[in-house]
Design a protein around this ligand. Structure first.
Ligand code: CA
Ligand code: CA
Ligand code: CA
Ligand code: CA
Length: 251
């Protein structure tokens, strides 16, 4: 009698525990970027905009470093700046960087916030008034993120935009062209850092004089470490399973 009550108790606890697990989302996805306009403060370039519009690592939850890159003719470009931009507002950020309501070639949905690179030439002069969305950036989270989904908009040069380094190791995950205003998503699992090439410029671009601008947004999950209460519920379930098996063997 006493033993049966103990077993019933385990079943009740396990049922509650299982209910708790089933209502828990697998991962809490949140926007990769804050929903506001401004410049991302990179570790190497800082911000060119005023302090109020400078978005720091502490707010982002990760750091960004801007890297120089070469084109197919071996010209080296100065590191790009990185902004968060919404299309429906025109912005004049100073230092030669102006975003219109409409871009010459890369137009995301007007009320959405997207990361937008600002390309510089080899001498460090801003290109296309800041409207050429080409750059290479390292994103460093300082911890493992279980899943990051990156959405890349308007890839028109094939196999030039993509992931060049993942968790410190070189990779080459370059993406096919998806046409004017096309969108491509890639999912990265268990990520602590990645290097991303956004867009392309140079003689091999379909846009010979300027280049192929690409914008970025995404979602990232919360960390993959289980909550302590979930771990306890799993433990109870394992215990009930063992008791149930013993009971059946004796019956
Ligand atoms: Ca804007
Ligand atoms: Ca386009
Ligand atoms: Ca553009
Ligand atoms: Ca493009």
């Amino acid at each position: 009698m006493h033993k049966r009550n103990v077993i019933q108790g385990f079943f009740i606890s396990a049922a509650l525990g299982l209910g708790f697990i089933s209502t828990m989302p697998a991962a809490n996805a949140m926007n990769l970027i804050p929903q506001k306009e401004g410049e991302i403060q990179t570790t190497n370039l800082g911000c060119v905009v005023n302090a109020a519009s400078c978005i720091k690592s502490s707010e982002l939850g990760f750091s960004v470093t801007s890297l120089s890159y070469k084109d197919s003719a071996n010209t080296t470009y100065a590191p790009s700046r990185l902004f968060i931009d919404k299309g429906e507002t025109a912005n004049n950020w100073g230092s030669g960087i102006e975003f219109g309501k409409t871009d010459l070639g890369t137009n995301t949905t007007q009320d959405e916030y997207w990361l937008r690179a600002v390309a510089y030439d080899a001498a460090g002069k801003v290109r296309e008034k800041g409207q050429l969305e080409v750059g290479r950036f390292k994103f460093d989270f300082g911890k493992i993120i279980s899943e990051i989904t990156l959405d890349l908009f308007d890839i028109e040069d094939a196999f030039k935009t993509g992931i060049l380094e993942l968790n410190g190791s070189p990779v080459s995950q370059l993406l096919a062209a998806n046409g004017n205003n096309g969108s491509t998503s890639i999912v990265l699992k268990n990520v602590s850092s990645f290097v991303l090439q956004l867009g392309n410029t140079g003689p091999d671009s379909v846009f010979k004089i300027t280049g192929d601008g690409v914008r970025l947004t995404g979602l990232m999950s919360s960390q993959s470490i289980p909550e302590p209460s979930t771990a306890i519920a799993f433990g109870l379930f394992a215990t009930v399973g063992t008791l149930g098996l013993k009971k059946r063997q004796h019956a």
